[in-house]
Design a protein around this ligand. Structure first.
Ligand SMILES: *Cc1c(COP(=O)(O)O)cnc(C)c1O
Length: 282
């Protein structure tokens, strides 16, 4: 892909590589400042967030608890095995219970149960999480001073909002949603931006047509694209976020909706541990 540079967060941060360790930084600092030694958060059986939390907690000598969506499986995923190896305590909750994770009452219950602890929202989705991306904005300015167009995958919009707040309105961010019909995403980004009180945030928009069937779903087009991309570029992707994001870039250039002479930075947000959940990638 001519004129597309990949900024590889997947190569930063050790085991907790990718965007998730950046979102955790502020929480680690807050826990250390308050003398709290236990971090609690939520995620699914392949969660990049719980994976990063377990690895980061282990590195910093902090206890971690993962509230995992769904009943305990007969055999745990490789992700959950890794998390346990790093000392994370795993608590399975029914999907019904899991849906309560953002309610004040359930959070009080969890906080009391694991007290003293710091509760982190699922995916590190918060202003605290978004602030972790100011270092990425600095890297973009330094590494590619001419680039003004940055493409990022979107789950909760925290990465997009954090970058938008730390860049300025000379930049345009294009988010590629990993979810189907996530109509609340723009509102979430706006709320985060308001919380971050950015004076002149980057311009941004989210494209919703590249979900390939829905969150963590894979269709033939995505599969073919990823296998071809990996073979030619020798850069690993995962299908949930980075594969869809680069498929979008590829299709927009191919269909000439984007001018190929304009330099673009695509953010590789990591998540490669999740490849293990897809047999066709191994
Ligand atoms: C979580 C995740 C995202 C989405 O980040 P948000 O800040 O939630 O939008 C993108 N890429 C990877 C690899 C992720 O793990």
């Amino acid at each position: 892909m001519a004129n597309v540079a990949l900024l590889r967060l997947d190569q930063m941060g050790g085991h907790a590589s990718g965007n998730k360790f950046l979102k955790l930084r502020g929480y680690i600092a807050a826990a250390q400042a308050q003398g709290i030694t236990r971090l609690v958060s939520f995620g699914g059986a392949w969660s990049n967030h719980l994976y990063a939390l377990a690895a980061t907690g282990y590195q910093h000598g902090l206890e971690t608890v993962g509230i995992v969506r769904g009943e305990a499986p007969v055999e745990e995923t490789d992700m959950l095995k890794d998390a346990r190896r790093w000392g994370m305590q795993l608590e399975y909750v029914s999907r019904q219970h899991y849906r309560l994770r953002d309610t004040a009452e359930y959070q009080r219950e969890i906080s009391a149960r694991f007290a003293p602890c710091l509760l982190i929202p699922e995916g590190g989705a918060s202003g605290v999480g978004a602030k972790g991306f100011c270092t990425v904005a600095a890297m973009i300015k330094h590494a590619a001073p001419a680039a003004r167009h940055i493409v990022v995958p979107v789950g909760t919009g925290t990465t997009l909002a954090g970058l938008a707040a730390s860049l300025d309105s000379d930049y345009e961010l294009i988010g590629i949603s990993a979810l189907k019909r996530a109509t609340d995403l723009e509102g979430r980004v706006q709320m985060l931006l308001a919380e971050l009180t950015a004076e002149r945030p980057a311009r941004w928009r989210i494209l919703h047509d590249y979900h390939c069937g829905g969150f963590a779903r894979v269709d033939q087009t995505l599969r073919d694209f990823m296998l071809a991309f990996e073979a030619v570029q020798n850069i690993p992707l995962e299908p949930v976020y980075t594969g869809k994001m680069l498929l979008a870039v590829h299709q927009l250039l191919k269909s000439q909706k984007w001018d190929p002479s304009v330099p673009v930075i695509a953010l590789h947000t990591g998540g490669l541990q999740g490849r293990r959940g897809y047999q066709w990638l191994s």
